[in-house]
Design a protein around this ligand. Structure first.
Ligand SMILES: Cc1cc2nc3c(=O)[nH]c(=O)nc-3n(C[C@H](O)[C@H](O)[C@H](O)COP(=O)(O)OP(=O)(O)OC[C@H]3O[C@@H](n4cnc5c(N)ncnc54)[C@H](O)[C@@H]3O)c2cc1C
Length: 437
């Protein structure tokens, strides 16, 4: 290796996963973390790799997207998933951890590793000529985020998330929905219109305004509400507020009743094949079970499978499709890698996975070898390829879900999941061979 040192900024989930991978492959890592000097408003522990909210790393079923992602990570040499397993607490089919034990063990492994030099510092800027992984998370300290803005351009950074749910297309009842644009405009049919009559709308509306919401932290409130109104907050303005907003029925038709629908929700394709659909204007802060219950009152969505639930929280991230290569390094500065939530992935395991992927590519760079991508038939590949190639306009972070994984369209769901698993394992084995060359 011509140069054997990597700078990692941020000892959270992505930064710790990346540092341990590199260090375990003989690379000297300088890991910077600000926690002992300044905590983010969500942090409470002193140790690294803190899970700031839930203690769940989601499903451990290898036939679910999140479970398969963990399997892929373990095959590729993840350090954090085995630690999570060693610190797990019973939670049905999910992998949940004792967060203090988890953070302590990650910290111990980092501090005991002779290849990692740990530095307590609030980083404000860095030398762009050195190989660097920026893994500062959704609550990155302001000065460093400004510095990143100055490198990639102001318009490419976001400060909060207002995410609408994404639904699996094959779970929608097409007898109450149709593809088409308002007033039949345009050559392509871009929206799936889910229709409601008056009674259905009123039932939905009443349940929506009384549904249970997630409590926001004090630091999250201002930014969230300035920028984007959750659907349940808009509904509080009056019975018809949604019918003049995201549930506007104008220009749509209800052929079943040969009249204009009373209200409608439009879904837009989230990926090229149209297997995942985004609920337009339905950013929400309802708790997940309430999203399933209340949005399930929209007739076409009564059996909807949610690939991603809506969320709202302060979240700094970059416009990955505009500024990142598929290797997770900056187009303008290939030495600089962005990992974790800041790069446009969403979730604990996704952030760890992004740290691992970034570290694999850093190592390739240090060895003077070609950087690698993974095919979208793997969950990790699908997620990394998604953030690098999604629509730049209104880009929103993405979690691991089957809607973005490229798979054979088999009718039998279990068969389909089995096939996805088998192909994923084959592809990861191919990549492992490639990395050893
Ligand atoms: C309030 C909140 C709740 C969340 N809840 C969940 C949840 O329940 N489930 C889930 O799956 N995901 C959740 N997420 C999303 C996401 O999964 C987590 O934020 C995750 O920790 C992101 O991992 P990361 O490695 O990208 O960043 P982090 O784990 O946040 O790590 C970033 C690290 O960088 C450090 N840092 C920041 N700036 C600097 C600087 N300038 N210099 C030095 N160090 C710096 C920070 O102190 C931190 O330790 C939540 C996010 C937020 C903000």
């Amino acid at each position: 290796m011509k140069n054997n040192e990597v700078i990692v900024i941020g000892a959270g989930l992505a930064g710790c996963e990346a540092s341990l991978y590199l260090a375990n492959h003989g690379v000297k890592v300088k890991l910077y973390e600000m926690k002992s000097i300044k905590k983010t408003p969500a942090q409470k522990l002193d140790d690294m790799a803190e899970l700031v909210c839930s203690n769940s790393l989601k499903s451990d079923d290898i036939f679910s997207a999140s479970g398969l992602l963990k399997k892929e990570m373990e095959m590729l040499g993840s350090s954090l998933i085995p630690i999570a397993r060693a610190c797990s607490v019973p939670s049905g089919g999910a992998l949940s951890v004792d967060r203090e034990k988890f953070a302590k063990e990650v910290t111990r492994q980092i501090k005991d590793n002779p290849n990692i030099q740990f530095i307590n510092q609030v980083v404000e800027k860095f030398d762009t000529s050195l190989i660097t992984i920026v893994a500062c998370g959704p609550l990155i300290d302001d000065k460093l985020f400004e510095f990143i803005n100055s490198i990639i351009g102001q318009d490419n950074c976001y400060f909060y998330d207002a995410i609408a749910p994404i639904i699996s297309a094959d779970s929608i009842d097409m007898t109450r929905a149709y593809w088409g644009n308002r007033y039949d405009k345009g050559e392509t049919k871009d929206y799936l219109n889910c229709l409601l009559d008056k009674d259905e709308y009123l039932t939905f509306y009443k349940e929506l305004i009384n549904a249970k919401k997630v409590e926001l932290h004090e630091f999250e409130k201002l930014k969230v509400f300035e920028g984007c109104m959750p659907v349940e907050v808009l509904a509080q303005r009056g019975e018809d507020a949604l019918r003049y907003g995201p549930m506007k029925p104008v220009g749509l038709k209800d052929e079943r009743q040969d009249k204009k629908p009373y209200a409608a929700v439009q879904l837009r394709k989230e990926n090229m094949v149209g297997s995942a659909l985004n609920m337009v204007g339905f950013q929400t802060n309802l708790i997940f079970s309430e999203q399933k219950r209340v949005f399930g009152l929209i007739p076409a969505l009564k059996n909807a499978e949610f690939l991603r639930y809506g969320t709202m929280h302060r979240n700094s991230y970059i416009n990955a499709p505009r500024v990142l290569n598929a290797y997770s390094n900056l187009k303008k500065h290939p030495n600089i890698f962005i990992a974790g939530q800041l790069s446009g992935v969403e979730g604990y395991v996704e952030s760890m996975a992004s740290g691992l992927y970034t570290a694999m590519n850093c190592l390739q760079l240090l060895k003077g070898k070609n950087l690698i991508t993974l095919p979208s038939t793997t969950v990790l590949g699908a997620m990394q390829n998604y953030i690098a190639s999604a629509c730049e306009k209104d880009f929103q972070p993405m979690n691991a879900n089957y809607g973005i994984v490229v798979a054979e369209n088999l009718k039998n769901k279990q068969e389909k999941k089995q096939k996805i698993y088998e192909i994923s394992v084959q592809e990861i084995n191919k990549v492992l061979k490639l990395l050893q060359e």
